[in-house]
Design a binder for this molecule. Structure first.
Ligand code: FAD
Ligand code: NAD
Length: 476
């Protein structure tokens, strides 16, 4: 029997599940179709983010940082704990428990909001009177749904490279990188982007020798240049990651128990022997088996579902959000698009401002930014003033023992409106929210300079950076 809904979400990651909850809150009848099956062969909502992305990676980053603190930093605080040893099994099962709690939480939220959940692969089966037919396939079972609106939220998958085919034994994608059951002595990573740096940090802290091979000559091109320079120094000199820029991997040779990675750089041909290799060269939109053509939905040259600024495809009634469409591949961007689409389907107005989406890289120190970089302002010929302040001059950072990095604020020279904020330092992921609020409320650097910030707090560095825009820091 065909089941009828106002809206069907295909995909239960942050884009789809948040859209489903918001649409249900607005009184629509909603179904969400999701195909994710976890390592125990159980349906698991939450997509890449909850299962093999944001959440498990942050769990391991936190655990590995604790291990490193216990090994190298507790003594400095006068805390003597004797011999420190690693229980990797416990670390991994803690991560898995967090994932289970949160994916189970999405199932609970669906029940609470009366979202009907279907487990299986969804695809378009064509148009119907007043909407679309969607087939949900699970093994040999097929169910047909009908809906007035469909939201495609099928996310992304790791981008493969022919030189290093992933088997998740020796050559790993993000899923394998989060589940190694022993610490490899030598770990290679292709791609020094966000995943490469976060996963490299985890395994380096746990004891691996980590080498990253990055094709570009520039380190972290989207990041403000002053921040990327500081990050390169911190990650290589302090953290001990070996990062080779301009390294093009040509092939990977499988030896008995190891891998030989052949690459070329400015000096010619080179090779690197490793025990495990992570491939983290970006992600590709996932539209496999959706049968988009049957409903007139196009993908662009890079495979992203084509949408306008309101996430509408060319077919009225079909929308797409998250990693499967243009824009940054970030969970909070997917969620905001999901909310905006649900509200539009319910007849409201909503939109997502890409200029105020924050980025965070969870290395140590953390890197976070929002708005424009100094290089973007220069290229656009925008007149600006910059103000920076180092964490080294902040009491709370000293108490934490995390004094690397700075906050930098870029403000329009004529109006003083804040155009971009760039942070490298402790808890940058939390501090960036003040910058997002400032950009959303079109604050000037003087507004921030006049706001009382608690003492002693890391946010005082943000305050001082705002004062620095006008050349009047108080604590330096
Ligand atoms: P996804 O989360 O990929 O969800 C798509 C869902 O759709 C999946 O469950 C998939 O199985 C399902 N699906 C696909 N096709 C079908 C179909 N035909 N039928 C039924 N179901 C289908 N972002 C951040 O903002 N912060 C972070 O710290 C962060 N860390 C990350 C760490 C790693 C290692 C990785 C890989 C990613 C990370 N990301 C992070 C990115 C973030 O995970 C994605 O941007 C986010 O998950 C995108 O959400 P989405 O809903 O578009 O897609
Ligand atoms: P990425 O785009 O961040 O980095 C990929 C890197 O690989 C780039 O520096 C690129 O130049 C390099 N590269 C590409 N081809 C290469 C090749 N053949 N050899 C060597 N280097 C090559 O992609 P990612 O690290 O795979 O992460 C995918 C996406 O997931 C990110 O863009 C981000 O949107 C999301 N993510 C976000 C977070 C976060 O928000 N903290 C964390 C992890 C992932």
């Amino acid at each position: 029997m065909t089941q009828q809904f106002d809206v069907v979400m295909i995909g239960g990651g942050p884009g789809g599940y948040i859209a489903a909850i918001r649409a249900a809150q607005l009184g629509l009848s909603v179904a969400c179709v999701d195909a994710w099956t976890n390592a125990r062969n159980k349906p698991s909502l939450g997509g890449t983010c909850l299962n093999v992305g944001c959440i498990p990676s942050k769990a391991l980053l936190e655990s590995s940082e604790n291990y490193e603190r216990a090994l190298h930093h507790f003594a400095e605080h006068g805390v003597r704990i004797g011999e420190v040893s690693l229980d990797l099994g416990q670390m991994l099962s803690r991560k898995d428990r967090i994932v289970d709690q949160l994916t189970g939480g999405v199932a609970y939220l669906f029940k609470k909001n009366k979202v009907t959940s279907f487990h299986g692969h969804g695809s378009f089966a064509g148009r119907t009177e007043g909407g679309f037919a969607i087939t949900v396939r699970q093994g040999d079972t097929e169910t047909t749904l009908q809906a007035r609106h469909v939201v495609v939220a099928t996310g992304s998958v790791p981008r493969p490279i022919p030189a290093a085919p992933v088997d998740n034994q020796l050559i790993l994608d993000n899923e394998g990188a989060l589940a190694m059951t022993a610490v490899p002595k030598r770990l290679g990573i292709i791609g020094a982007g966000v995943i490469g740096l976060e996963m490299g940090s985890v395994w380096k802290r746990l004891g691996s020798e980590v080498t990253l091979l990055e094709a570009m000559e520039t380190f972290l091109p989207p990041v403000d240049e002053q921040v990327s320079k500081e990050a390169f120094k911190c990650l290589t000199k302090d953290q001990g990651l070996a990062i080779h820029l301009g390294a093009k991997v040509t092939r990977v040779e499988r030896k008995a128990k190891a891998l030989k990675v052949h690459y070329t750089d400015a000096q010619g041909e080179k090779s690197l022997e490793v025990d495990r290799l992570i491939v983290a060269v970006g992600r590709a939109p996932n539209t496999e088996g959706l049968n988009l053509a049957s409903v007139g939905v196009q993908v662009d040259a890079r495979g992203f579902v084509e949408v306008d600024e309101h996430c509408r495809t060319a077919t009225p009634g079909i929308w797409a959000v998250g990693d499967v469409v243009r824009g940054p591949m970030l969970a909070h961007k997917a969620e905001e698009e999901g909310v905006a689409v649900a509200e539009q389907i319910a007849g409201q107005h909503s939109h997502v401002d890409f200029n105020t989406i924050p980025w965070v890289i969870y290395t140590a120190p953390e890197i976070a930014w929002v708005g424009q970089t100094e290089q973007q302002l220069k290229a656009a010929g925008t007149a600006y003033r910059a103000g920076s302040f180092p964490f080294a001059a902040n009491g709370r950072a000293k108490a934490l023992g995390e004094t690397r990095g700075f906050v930098k604020i870029l403000a329009c020279k004529n109006t003083d409106r804040i155009l971009g904020v760039h942070i490298i330092g402790p808890f940058a992921s939390e501090l960036i929210t003040e910058a997002v609020v400032a950009l959303e409320f079109r604050a000037s650097s003087e507004d921030i300079a006049r706001i009382v910030h608690a003492h002693p707090a890391l946010s005082e560095v943000f305050h001082e950076a705002a004062l620095a825009v006008d050349g009047r820091t108080l604590n330096m």
